[in-house]
Design a binder for this molecule. Structure first.
Ligand code: 13P
Ligand code: SF4
Length: 336
């Protein structure tokens, strides 16, 4: 009975707190910055100082002068912020917010994979643990992967971990053969050719934009394949009215803000309630948990310093190579 009363009282108290106002107050008082991924709930995206894809969020985490980074995404994203900004306190709303790709490979698995292929370079998707990054030569995001793979020595074969779908797409785009780890994203792997065909029959004029974590047959049907940020840019800049979006559905919030006149049709995943695709890990974060994380400065990402330094090397390589490649593209465009 006491337990029931306590739970009821806590729920009552939670209802009385204006989380948005409290988060605002704590952010100012503590000189905190709130970073959020496009897959977060709309109210979290709207209160964040910056919303982005994994690459842009890494850059923001590296350059912030805030004392606290409150990272609304999944745990590996908070770890990346801590690797790049070790002097900052990094808190996340829920330490249980993992990722099926991260869970598909441990550092021991990767050491064994490397032992089987001793002459290979290791290119690791950012959706991985700090321990796995520490065993890698290069880290990539979906937005930076092509530039990074193109910059690796051509005479060295590549092990790509942990996403086999992203890896297979990268093989095709870069022409580099890679040995792939069999990991998958539980959200994107649900997308099917049948679902696209059904929507295309209904909306034949719709353009299709998908994330490269999707299965090969789905990627092959798409007009655009790329990171979350690139999908938003594609919808904003493409002269079409309707778009089928093949990625986690909360991205629609940001696309609607940037292109309110476009019609967006989410590709259905395994979530029967919304006929769309939702990431259960990203959904663990709530405004209440963000408020508690800022208030209690917990749960905090803590990384052993020797491990952090080892993970920093491949991550910094990615940031440097992608910055150089972007600068080159900008200079070329300016000259045209
Ligand atoms: P982006 O790097 O494109 O934001 O993707 C992150 C992710 O987790 C996709 O499922
Ligand atoms: Fe991981 Fe997939 Fe969720 Fe992205 S959508 S965080 S890859 S489980």
């Amino acid at each position: 009975m006491t337990e029931v009363l306590n739970t009821t009282t806590m729920q009552q108290q939670a209802r009385e707190i204006d989380f948005a106002a409290e988060i605002e107050r704590l952010r100012r008082e503590k000189n905190a910055v709130i970073l959020a991924h496009y897959y977060q709930d709309p109210e979290i995206q709207d209160i964040a100082d910056f919303v982005g894809d994994s690459l842009d969020l890494s850059r923001k985490a590296a350059e912030t002068d805030a004392d606290i980074i409150a990272f609304c995404g999944v745990r590996f994203m908070g770890e990346v912020a801590k690797i790049l900004s070790p002097e900052k306190k990094v808190v996340i709303p829920d330490m249980q917010a993992g990722c099926s790709l991260e869970e598909s490979i441990t550092a021991d698995d990767l050491r064994a994979f490397k032992a089987e292929h001793p002459d290979h370079l290791v290119v690791t998707y950012i959706n991985s643990s700090v321990e796995v990054k520490a065993e890698s030569d290069y880290v990539v995001t979906s937005a930076s992967a092509i530039d990074i793979i193109n910059a690796t020595p051509k005479d060295r074969p590549i092990l790509f971990v942990p996403d086999r779908h992203l890896g297979r797409w990268l093989e095709k785009v870069t022409g580099r053969e890679m040995t792939l780890w069999p990991g998958e994203c539980i959200v994107h792997v649900e997308f099917s050719v049948e679902a696209i065909e059904g929507l295309k029959a209904k909306y034949p004029d719709a353009k299709i934009a998908v994330h490269p974590e999707s299965p090969e047959a789905v990627v092959e049907m798409a007009d655009h394949v790329g990171s979350t940020r690139s999908i938003i840019d594609y919808v904003v800049k493409t002269d079409a009215q309707r778009f089928i979006i093949g990625t986690e559905t909360h991205i629609l919030h940001q696309i609607r803000k940037e292109a309110p006149e476009k019609e967006l049709i989410p590709l259905p995943g395994s979530d029967d309630t919304c006929q769309c695709a939702t990431c259960p890990y990203m959904a663990m974060n709530t405004m209440q948990k963000l408020y508690l994380a800022l208030n209690n400065e917990q749960p905090e990402i803590v990384i052993d310093e020797e491990l952090r330094i080892r993970a920093l090397t491949p991550l910094q390589r990615m940031l440097d190579i992608s910055a150089r490649a972007q600068a080159k593209r900008a200079a070329r465009q300016a000259a045209e």
